[in-house]
Design a protein around this ligand. Structure first.
Ligand code: NAI
Ligand code: MG
Length: 355
């Protein structure tokens, strides 16, 4: 397979973790006989410094000529006082909008090697393996009017049938490649948007008779994520509910340095990035955990290119290194087995070659 991948390292630890992911992609290309053309471009604070624009036109062009985007992270105190249009985060918001990346996908999977000795974690988090599909470009964060006066403020929650259809279809497609269950989260007992959401869900499910559907109110879901997260396979929900529930779910696995994510649209094009930020406190010290970036690259292979075997091989290699007792400082808290970013990647690649 021949693919072009836009690589946007960004700021802080972004360049360190994307370099790690690129090395893993190169190793996969060699081993499985693929050609990945990797095209680097600037985003975030680095792009502001270089081009006075957090998402320069050149970067958009590189991404438009690519089959998928791999991103590190953006942000840092250096740019915190910049006006809104020159803030690093603006680069991320703009790229999602430009490419209409409406579906945010976050897998949450227990990592046995990191569950430690906490009985609660062993009991509840063991065997958790779920994916949260969050609508990313509509809902309360974007609805108009957005207004305020001295005494009152208004946000608007709007969803169209089309917007709901395309996100629930994403969830159904993902469920088909997994355990075949979708839990749709809403607040249909009080919200009109949720009533429409549930209606659309019921309509679309007829096209996926092989997938089991369950409706759950968002407050119940928040509880169930803590008491019985194993019960979920694919969870699909609107923008704000998904924002909150995905952060809640992310603590189940333990470390921010382990969590990948994807923002995609229906034709398979997508942007893949770690959930974590630019971690300026550890940038440039070889301490960054590259797992989230490496696992994001695996998501890209699976979701945008349909390379399931290669994606699984990467995931198994990362878990293998952790099982062997090696990891960066954020996951190896007892001090034993701590390795640098670079050493960790070398071990992942060795593991890949052994598989
Ligand atoms: P952060 O995720 O960068 O860091 C939070 C804590 O986790 C820090 O102590 C950091 O050292 C640690 N950490 C994060 N990723 C790690 C990794 N891969 N390996 C080891 N340790 C890791 O969040 P924070 O500190 O709130 O934000 C820092 C900057 O990142 C800010 O400018 C923020 O706006 C930006 N940010 C960017 C995001 C993105 O690009 N998608 C997402 C979140 C924050
Ligand atoms: Mg959030």
């Amino acid at each position: 397979m021949e693919k072009t991948i836009a690589v946007l390292p960004g700021d802080g630890i972004g360049p360190e973790v994307t370099e790690a992911a690129v090395k893993v992609l190169q190793s996969i290309a060699m081993r499985y006989g693929h050609t990945f053309h990797l095209k680097q471009a600037a985003i975030g604070g680095t792009a502001v410094d270089q081009f006075e624009n957090p998402l320069p036109q050149e970067t958009i062009e590189v991404c438009e000529a690519s089959d998928a985007i791999l991103l590190g992270a953006v942000g840092g105190s250096k740019w915190d006082r910049n006006p809104a249009h020159l803030r690093p985060e603006k680069g991320l918001l703009n790229i999602r909008k430009h490419f209409d990346l409406f579906a945010n996908i976050r897998p949450v999977k227990a990592i046995p090697a990191l569950l430690g000795s906490s009985p609660l974690k062993q009991e509840v988090a063991k065997e958790v393996d779920m994916v949260i599909v969050r609508e990313l470009t509509s809902g309360l964060y974007f609805g108009e009017p957005k207004q305020r006066s001295e005494e009152a403020a208004v946000d608007t929650l709007v969803y169209t049938r089309k917007e709901i259809e395309r996100i629930v279809d994403q969830a159904f497609e993902i469920a088909r490649t997994r355990r075949g269950k979708v839990t749709s989260i809403d607040k249909a007992n009080v919200l009109e948007t949720s009533k429409l959401w549930r209606e659309v869900m019921e309509e679309r499910m007829t096209a996926y008779p092989d997938v089991e559907v369950e409706h759950m109110l968002v407050d119940s879901a928040a509880m169930k994520l803590i008491t019985d997260p194993r019960a979920f396979d694919v969870m699909v929900t609107e923008n704000m509910f998904g924002d909150i529930l995905s952060d809640e779910a992310s603590v189940i696995t333990g470390s921010l340095g382990m969590l990948p994510s994807a923002s995609v649209r229906s034709d398979g094009f997508g942007l893949y990035e770690p959930v974590h930020g630019s971690a300026p406190d550890i940038a440039g010290q070889g301490k960054a955990n590259p797992s989230a970036a490496i696992l994001s690259a695996a998501m890209m292979l699976r979701h945008s290119f349909g390379l399931h075997t290669e994606a699984s091989a990467i995931e198994a290699a990362v878990m293998g290194v952790l099982d062997d007792g090696y990891g960066t400082g954020d996951v190896m808290r007892n001090g034993k087995g701590i390795v640098s970013t670079e050493k960790f990647v070398t071990k992942v690649i060795e593991e890949l070659e052994r598989e």
